[in-house]
Design a binder for this molecule. Structure first.
Ligand code: SF4
Ligand code: SF4
Length: 564
């Protein structure tokens, strides 16, 4: 161990770390544009200049290694002046685009202009003009005038994706970013450069000019796009999700997410096909009725079937809480052991970085609570039972069984089909009773990644149903998980409830003494019953989750300063 002194604080640290690493790890902020913990050190922005005693000039903290006895001043007059000079230099040619720039309010340069610059410009000359609105690829638009040549985007492509699609061209103040001849910025992770870009030089084609960042709520949740379970932030305005960005988690996705997850995984939340409320089939078509009426009709119908006459299909797109209650409903109320969920794997559609072939986010969690069977053999038995007339009733939760040809061929043999679904599907088209369920982005619950990392998803938008159990505006039990959903309560569009709540409603109509009023109540029951979950609480899962098999070391320092 060595001892360094930064801003008068003596710090013991291992040798081999740079000044910026040791400072940030110990809560001492050194401004920086080009440095990023996941990328190589390029040292080209010069923003992290600090004063080191016995050295003749200021040095950049990102490439200066700590040595025993080193004394560093981050906020001395010389260091402050040096950073002001760097800011003045960077701002000389930076356009005054802030009023129309997507990055405004979320921009490192804008923030540093307030915190670390002289606050005025001495530059009267015409600014340098460069190309604007350049489409680098299908999702990323480049503005040459805003670029501060930090090279983060270039290093991301060559070092993380190992596909060097971007490079600098020209020299001096004409330097700019370009794709290699004949190439576009087109890879499954291309949009991460937008998050990495410390200014508004790289923006998202899909999100450009949609909203100002200060108008959006931010909810830390989990991507439902595949079994990786990338940690994300869902940005919403007026109860509508407008974009997803990655949230750092060293155990799951580091700082990144894939473009498909980012763009596609929330589209169904605001789709025209969203279902609304509880429905009964009358004269061949589904008609909306009160939740209580539909709960009691469903209860009455289901009670006609017992044991092997009734089967259940859970979902790897649903939470542990949803699947746990489905298993409990089947087992304790209708004495049925016929339960399974459908796999959704696209063989070959995976890589050795993040993307998984299993396109569901909670296969491990559904298996953990007993909603699946080895090799999905129960699913075959259910299909077979329906075909032979033994299985007469089916409850389907958050999946479209009719999309599976084996189910599609037998569904019309059922005497009773109850469907819990968020959007219209072919299965809904055959159902006798339908309950509208909350989507992934409208519920709180636990899920498990393919490598058994247990995480919490949080509601980013509000439905009439989840508002009920979330509690009153601003006083929800969710507040401690950092959800900001309640800003948009007045814009509720959908009368949907989380699946665990729907199952509880039906169970109570049957007469079961289920008293679950919050997903945390359900998780507590699951944790008491399922060995792997024993002793785990929402509080313990926290923001970065817990590994089920063996504890993982939480790093001493987590860099959550991706942007800004
Ligand atoms: S486009 Fe952004 S990330 Fe790339 S070099 Fe310019 S400022 Fe840096
Ligand atoms: S890798 Fe999977 S979990 Fe991660 S962003 Fe992509 S689809 Fe979502």
């Amino acid at each position: 161990m060595i001892t360094v002194t930064i801003n008068g604080r003596e710090i013991r640290t291992e040798p081999g770390k740079t000044v910026i690493e040791v400072a940030l790890e110990n809560g001492i902020y050194i401004p920086h544009f080009c440095w990023h913990p996941a990328l190589s050190v390029s040292g080209n922005c010069r923003m992290c200049l600090v004063e080191v005693e016995k050295l003749p000039k200021q040095v950049i903290a990102c490439s200066t290694y700590c040595t025993d006895g080193m004394v560093v001043h981050v906020d001395s007059e010389k260091a402050v002046q040096a950073r002001e000079a760097v800011m003045e230099f960077i701002l000389i040619n930076h356009p005054l685009d802030c009023p129309i720039c997507d990055e405004a309010g979320d921009c490192k340069l804008q923030e540093y202009a307030y915190r670390f610059s002289r606050g005025e410009s001495r530059f009267d000359e015409e600014k340098n003009h460069k190309r604007k609105r350049v489409e680098l690829g299908p999702h990323v638009v480049f503005d040459g005038e805003r670029c501060i040549s930090c090279s983060r985007c270039i290093r991301f492509c060559s070092e993380i994706i190992k596909d060097p699609q971007l490079t600098f061209v020209e020299r001096g103040d004409r330097v700019t970013i370009e794709t290699f001849p004949g190439e576009t910025l087109d890879n499954p992770y291309s949009m991460n450069v937008i998050d990495l870009c410390p200014v508004g030089a790289l923006t998202s084609k899909e999100f450009r000019f949609k909203a100002r960042v200060w108008d959006m709520s931010q909810t830390g949740t989990i991507c439902p796009g595949c079994a990786r379970g990338c940690n994300i932030v869902a940005w919403a305005r007026k109860n509508e999700i407008l974009r997803l960005t990655p949230r750092e988690n060293p155990h799951v996705n580091q700082y990144w997410m894939c473009d498909r997850g980012r763009l596609e995984s929330f589209q169904h939340v605001h789709a025209d096909e969203r279902l609304d409320g509880a429905m009964l089939r009358k004269n061949g078509s589904l008609e909306k009725d009160s939740w209580d009426t539909v709960y009691s009709t469903a209860a009455k119908e289901l009670m006609k079937f017992k044991g092997s006459e009734v089967a259940f299909i859970g979902s790897a797109w649903a939470t542990i809480e949803d699947n746990f209650l489905l298993v409990k409903f089947a087992r304790d109320i209708l004495s049925s052991t016929l339960i399974d969920f459908l796999p959704h794997t696209i063989e070959g559609d995976e890589d050795d970085f993040l993307i998984r072939a299993d396109k569901t986010p909670n296969t491990s969690g559904a298996l953990l609570v007993g909603a699946g069977s080895p090799g999905h053999e129960a699913k075959e038995r259910i299909v077979d039972g329906i075909a032979r007339g033994q299985v007469k009733a089916l409850v389907v939760m958050d999946d479209d069984v009719a999309a599976d040809p084996s189910f599609a061929a037998v569904l019309d043999k059922l005497e009773f089909l109850l469907v819990i679904a968020s959007n219209t599907t072919a299965t809904v088209g055959s159902a006798h009773v339908v309950f509208s369920s909350a989507t992934w982005f409208e519920k709180l619950g636990a899920v498990v990644t393919f490598d058994r990392h247990l995480q919490l998803l949080r509601p980013a938008v509000v439905t009439a149903g989840n508002k009920r159990w979330m509690g009153g505006i601003g006083q929800s039990r969710l507040d401690r998980f950092g959800t900001t959903y309640d800003r948009w309560g007045q814009y509720i569009e959908h009368d949907a409830r989380p699946s665990w709540q729907i199952l509880t409603g039906i169970a109570q109509s049957i007469g079961a003494k289920w008293a679950y009023t919050h997903p945390e109540d359900v998780f507590e029951a699951a944790a008491a019953e399922v060995k792997e979950l024993n002793g785990i609480t929402y509080e313990k899962i926290g923001r970065r989750g817990v590994r089920l098999d063996q504890p993982v070391d939480e790093p001493a320092f987590i860099y959550d300063d991706i942007h800004p």
